[in-house]
Design a protein around this ligand. Structure first.
Ligand SMILES: NC(=O)c1ccc[n+]([C@@H]2O[C@H](COP(=O)([O-])OP(=O)(O)OC[C@H]3O[C@@H](n4cnc5c(N)ncnc54)[C@H](O)[C@@H]3O)[C@@H](O)[C@H]2O)c1
Length: 326
């Protein structure tokens, strides 16, 4: 690690303004809270397509939080005269269920929405961070995935609305960096879970926890040998903050490298929640990636990033949240 690569984190962000697009969503609401706790003013934007009003209500208790209901593909609120230091582009549905129901909205927010936010960053001289995804690696042929792997994506498959629009968002971000000299960052987020996820959003952890809490069968697609790595949301936010304060515009993988098979994940959740649920196996959907694990060498070479929350602890906190919704 060289001194110039080392991430230096600010002690406080008092006097700074952070704009979070998608602030009513799962990850973005935790990120907004992180910056409010660091003393920044946070401007949240969201159209609630997958976000929730209760997430915004949780943030509204902070006097430095300002929320604008808006669809970032249709234009941004009037921010004339407002100084903005950091912009997080997080507005995008992210669950496989959304890929089937609102594919055009996904493609539009990751293209036009990202474009509008990059233009705002250019006008304001703000640093811009695009939240991309491990899905840009598609069904990877290389394991674990390093940032210089270009991926194995089906451009016309059921997941392509998400995968390809995120790849476009990355390309657009680098274009603004090269052409307009905008100070940009890109993160590729691997599976993340925690409180404030939608209970019925179709992702593995909410599915399994809710089925286990209700004593219903746990539905596994395929034989459950496919692997995932799961990052608790507070660890993800810590990584995002470090990338924002790095000085490298090229993508960073962020997540937790501990790898579990889907079957093992289900068994762990059943045991942890002392549930009577049984495992049931359904047909594997097309293009479901077989293995996913981030190679974190890059972020760890420039920062002290290390996931801290154990699988058991993270699952317990998430289960408590879902129980509170019953
Ligand atoms: N959670 C994960 O495991 C994961 C993994 C990879 C990438 N990501 C990325 O992180 C970001 C947040 O994901 P999340 O899991 O918290 O999803 P989420 O759906 O909970 O949050 C996204 C938010 O963006 C809002 N939004 C969507 N389109 C919008 C539009 N046109 N205008 C304004 N707001 C809009 C939604 O209403 C929602 O509140 C997304 O960009 C996602 O692609 C998440």
């Amino acid at each position: 690690m060289t001194a110039s690569q080392q991430v230096v984190l600010p002690d406080s962000l008092e006097g700074k303004t952070v704009l979070v697009a998608g602030s009513a969503g799962f990850v973005p609401s935790h990120l907004s809270e992180h910056y409010l706790n660091l003393g920044a003013k946070v401007i949240g934007l969201d159209n609630f397509i997958t976000g929730s009003e209760s997430n915004v209500e949780a943030l509204a208790g902070y006097k430095n939080y300002e929320f604008h209901k808006c669809d970032v593909t249709k234009g941004l609120p009037n921010l004339d005269g407002v100084k903005i230091d950091y912009i997080y582009s997080l507005a995008s549905p992210a669950s496989p269920i959304d890929f089937q129901v609102i594919p055009e909205e996904i493609m539009s927010v990751n293209s036009i929405g990202t474009w509008n936010l990059l233009q705002l960053a250019k006008e304001k001289g703000a640093r811009f961070l695009e939240a991309s995804t491990s899905e840009v690696y598609g069904d990877p042929e290389i394991h674990p995935q390093k940032e210089d792997y270009w991926g194995n994506v089906n451009p016309i498959g059921l997941r392509s609305c998400y995968d390809e629009s995120k790849r476009f968002a990355e390309a657009l971000t680098m274009t603004y960096h090269r052409t307009h000299k905008v100070d940009t960052r890109i993160i590729r987020i691997f599976n993340t879970y925690g409180p404030r996820m939608r209970p019925n959003d179709g992702r593995v952890i909410p599915n399994f926890i809710n089925q286990a809490l209700k004593g219903e069968d746990i539905t596994i697609y395929g034989d459950g040998s496919q692997t995932r790595s799961f990052c608790f949301v507070s660890d993800l936010v810590a990584a995002m903050h470090r990338v924002m304060f790095s000085n490298d515009p090229t993508p960073f993988n962020i997540g937790n490298p501990d790898e579990y098979s889907i079957k093992e994940t289900a068994e762990l959740i059943v045991k942890l929640l002392d549930s009577s649920s049984k495992l049931t196996f359904l047909e594997l959907p097309k293009d479901d990636p077989k293995r996913r694990r981030p190679d974190l060498t890059k972020i760890q070479s420039v920062s002290d990033y290390e996931p801290k929350v154990s699988f058991e602890d993270g699952m317990r906190q998430t289960a408590e949240y879902f129980k509170s919704l019953f």
